[in-house]
Design a protein around this ligand. Structure first.
Ligand SMILES: C[C@@H](C(=O)O)C(=O)SCCNC(=O)CCNC(=O)[C@H](O)C(C)(C)COP(=O)(O)OP(=O)(O)OC[C@H]1O[C@@H](n2cnc3c(N)ncnc32)[C@H](O)[C@@H]1OP(=O)(O)O
Length: 198
């Protein structure tokens, strides 16, 4: 498996701290990002992968805590203002302001959903990493999920050892100012996965 790194638009950008909202949804990170051999779970031993096994997940709690939680689900949209209006007016959701994130090639807005949230993403600049997605999906659609991990470096070591490709060489500050990195969707069962340092 190639260890090729992918990149997305770079440049000087402003990162915006939105505050931290935790969800009650617990996601088994190993099932979300693993190769077939990685999903076999020893049961009951300390080498197990999830809380049920009393073991450790990818960068998760070392004493049986959750290996990762769903921080947000991202939706690529053509017109951010229209999407913000839809969630605010049609659904009555609390919708945050539009946040230009030039370093990521997107303008983002977060929709609070009482525990989890949606991240609405509109392309920003000619090299936006979501431009290709919107060409293939002109009406927009689900773009990625973001999972929290408590030890991103350790998670990356384990993932790379399994041949999972990252889309940049190193983590970088995400929308909340915390370190994030994306995993190639082809290595994650067709889902673009963002990992965020807890
Ligand atoms: C602010 C920050 C934050 O939350 O903190 C963000 O969200 S930034 C959010 C925006 N930033 C990112 O998404 C950064 C990471 N993303 C990227 O680097 C890019 O979007 C890629 C994932 C490499 C895709 O780029 P692009 O579409 O131009 O490449 P490509 O056409 O070669 O696609 C390669 C293959 O991946 C598939 N593919 C592309 N995007 C996908 C997606 N979102 N979910 C699932 N599969 C996807 C394509 O269909 C294609 O499959 P086939 O080969 O079968 O046709």
């Amino acid at each position: 498996m190639s260890d090729r790194h992918w990149s997305w638009s770079r440049g000087g950008g402003r990162e915006v701290e939105l505050g931290v909202i935790r969800t009650h949804v617990e996601v088994d990170l190993m099932s979300a990002v693993s190769r077939p051999q990685a999903v076999s779970r020893p049961r009951g031993g300390v080498s197990g992968l999830g809380p049920a096994a009393g073991g450790r997940g990818l960068g998760g709690a070392r004493n049986g805590g959750p290996p990762g939680r769903l921080e947000h689900v991202a939706v690529a949209v053509r017109e951010l203002e229209a999407a913000r209006g839809f969630y605010r007016e049609a659904l009555g959701a609390a919708v945050g302001p539009a946040l230009p994130l030039p370093a990521h090639g997107v303008t983002a807005a977060f929709v609070e959903l009482g525990g989890c949230r949606l991240e609405l993403l509109e392309p920003l600049g000619p090299d936006s990493p979501i431009a290709g997605f919107l060409r293939r999906n002109p009406g927009g659609g689900l773009h990625h999920i973001c999972l929290e991990v408590s030890d991103l470096s350790s998670a990356l070591r384990q993932l790379r050892a399994r041949g999972v490709r990252t889309l940049s060489p190193d983590p970088r500050p995400g929308a909340h100012g915390r370190a994030v990195i994306f995993l190639h969707p082809k290595d994650c069962h067709g889902v673009l996965v963002e990992l965020e340092q807890l």
